[in-house]
Design a protein around this ligand. Sequence first.
Ligand code: ADP
Ligand code: MG
Length: 444
Amino acid sequence: MIATQININEQWESIQGRLLEEYGEATYSSWLKPLSVVDHKKGCLCLKAPNAFTRDWVTNNYAERIKVILQNVNDNTQPLEVTITATEEGSSVVAAPTLLDMVDVGSSLDSRFTFENFVVGKPNELAHAAARKVAESDSVTFNPLFLYGGVGLGKTHLMHAIAWHIKKCHPKRKVIYMSAEKFMYQFVRALRFKDTVSFKDHFRSVDVLMIDDVQFISGKESTQEEFFHTFNALVDQNRQIIISADKSPSDLEGMEERLKSRLGWGLVADIHPTTYELRLGILQSKAEQADVTVPQKVLEFLAYKISSNIRELEGALTRVVAHSTLVGRQITLETTQDVLRDLLRANDRRITVDEIQKRVAEYYSIRISDMHSPRRVRTVARPRQVAMYLAKHLTSRSLPEIGRKFGGRDHTTILHAVKKIEDLMDKEKNMREDVELLRRMLET
Ligand code: ADP
Ligand code: MG
């Protein structure tokens, strides 16, 4: 057995000497020198790497050799293990090579992804409420909680927030958060090292298991099978499971039917695409957090223009702030437009005249064909004018082009409609509200 800590440090030094001889200066200083001893237990030498990449590289390329040297140095007939963790993962002690990358709560969690930093709005209120409920409950409420939504809408943020909350309020509970890819990778490794038993034990002893982006498991039959069993075992033991995906359980492709149906058993909460209000709220909160003053006009402009997802929105704000800090100039609408030119172009959502006609017709409960028809009754003519007004303001079409889209009307008719609606918006609250609402519906 490996003796005392002092001993092990000495041993490690002599092992390092050997490694330097064997691999040469360059390899040694890049990969092996930065390793340090964190622990040794039950015949296991635990090393720490400065980052996850080094850890993986060393594990794949040098761990076997280190093990052999260690065995020689100890003149030991019993098998010894070498494990390597990364600094970000703290000094978590892991027992077997298959569990090298096992991530306990707190290790790979983003410190910014908390409930406090999560801005709630219509599109995410259900998902947020469900996440809170799961985080705050002492007993299992919905199992599983299935969160789904498009890229960059806050799924990972909510999962980390749950983990942070549990970590704070119930530090004894064992929480595992990992991506589905990592789960798969772990499982494949366990198979290779013929160590599926400890793989299973590890997962089946958790209180809360979170698997992010589960769509990546689809198509991988053996992993699905294992996931399914783990899942069932945990549910049977009344442990909480939280899953995220980019689609609803029933829409997941390449996923076994029984797994799909199992995933939909608990609460399925979707996150909808963002609205202007939510985007503005998020920008305000991010600017506050970063402690920078950004003119309201600029925030509104960004919220209006960058509607794809929140990650991109954040990225835009960061760029604007970084630019202003670097050049030492205040943030203005002009500099913002300048700095983000490429991004803004990509986000230019092209609202079409057809789309406007369709929305407006729905809104006023008239037929789409009435947008092109010559009928002049007020109930039809007014909505048509609203559509013309919106077409003028929300698209880059010229008046004659818009006229053609409305049953071949003259450009002066369009101009007249635009003026008429502007006029009515000034005078009538209802009209103003209708148009605002329609504009927002079309823009988000
Ligand atoms: P997903 O996992 O759905 O792809 P993320 O959770 O990674 O998306 O979110 C992308 C980025 O947007 C993260 O930086 C996250 O903090 C931020 N974000 C998403 N939703 C919100 C929200 N409601 N409030 C504040 N920040 C958010
Ligand atoms: Mg994510």
